[in-house]
Design a protein around this ligand. Structure first.
Ligand code: ATP
Ligand code: MG
Length: 302
């Protein structure tokens, strides 16, 4: 059964799509059958994987709103081991049309259920808002992966994000875990990036992925060539970092299933203070922390 990971952050331009496309491709390259779902009407994931605009192509809209069978909508992403459920601008309409439908938050969860057995991972790229499309993604997901850009005020949006996660757990998806918080666009030449990364690490503790995504021009260029960075420039730091992230995600999934090699929990020593800092800053956020990047004992949680 696939592990379903929603890439979400209400803030725009933090690297959600870049992460969705490159993590999904690296998972596929690591021989994990993967489905990527473009849940954003901007359709950046769809175009980043080389699908140009085509009004004849079926998209998530047909499945969500018109009940077309998902098997007819998920297509080969032209990368070994990777399929895609594409998007286009019509999906804007879905956000509106869903409002009057039954089980409106749970439609994506229901439509992907029949194909989950085909994949090891399902990666969902969310729009930068908390609309019905994002709610559908979060209801369908086992976990949320939160990219945060290493920039001034990054920490400001954090408690809002964690609030949202808590609300989702109270309402539509009590099981939703935090897959991890991912630092993106990190620039090791600037003190600001270093400071922001240090602040976020002390706030989130072992919920932060060890992998940090550097600011790398190859990552920004690859989408205009319609390919993930591992095909555009395999030797780039961007490619290296997303391969590393995929390894972490796979290792965590294996750990959860109890099939992976035992490895020391690098965050164990810092979990308690970080967790209490998070709890102090954002209510009962700790209750949502199961299954983070370094799942281990987290005293004081739950
Ligand atoms: P939106 O909220 O609009 O969906 P997003 O969160 O999906 O945005 P992206 O589209 O992934 O963000 O990234 C925003 C811009 O930053 C893009 O032009 C992308 O190519 C660039 N970018 C993302 N990550 C990196 C990186 N690590 N290094 C350099 N550029 C990057
Ligand atoms: Mg995006």
């Amino acid at each position: 059964m696939a592990r379903v990971i929603a890439i979400a952050n209400q803030k725009g331009g933090v690297g959600k799509t870049t992460t969705a496309v490159n993590l999904a491709s690296c998972l596929a390259a690591a021989e994990q059958r993967t489905l990527i779902i473009d849940c954003d009407p901007q359709a950046n994931t769809t175009s980043s994987l080389g699908f140009s605009k085509d009004p004849a192509r079926r998209t998530l809209y047909q499945a969500l709103v018109l009940n077309e069978p998902i098997e007819r909508i998920a297509i080969d992403a032209k990368i070994d081991g990777l399929d895609i459920i594409p998007s286009d601008k019509n999906l804007v309409g879905a956000a509106v049309e869903l409002v009057s439908m039954d089980n409106r938050e749970f439609r994506l969860k229901a439509i992907i259920r029949p194909i989950l057995d085909k994949y090891s991972f399902v990666i969902i790229d969310c729009p930068p808002s908390l609309d019905l499309l994002t709610l559908n993604a979060l209801a369908a997901a086992d976990s949320i992966l939160i990219p945060i850009q290493c920039e001034y005020l990054a920490i400001e949006g954090v408690s809002e994000l964690l609030d949202t996660h808590m609300r989702i757990r109270r309402t539509i998806n009590p099981e939703l875990e935090i897959e991890g918080v991912l630092l993106t666009m990190y620039d090791d030449r600037t003190t600001l990036s270093k400071q922001v990364a240090a602040d976020l690490r002390s706030f989130f503790g072992n919920q932060i992925f060890e992998t940090v995504i550097p600011r790398n021009v190859r990552l920004a260029e690859a989408p205009s060539h319609g390919m993930p960075v591992i095909f555009y420039d395999i030797g780039s730091r961007g490619a290296e970092s997303y391969m590393q992230l995929a390894k972490e995600v796979i290792a965590n999934a294996q750990k959860r299933l109890g099939t992976g090699p035992e490895r020391p929990d690098p965050g164990a020593g810092t979990a308690a203070p970080a967790a209490s800092a998070a709890a102090a800053g954002a209510g009962d956020v700790g209750s949502s922390s199961s299954g983070g990047p370094s799942p281990g004992p987290e005293p004081g949680l739950e």
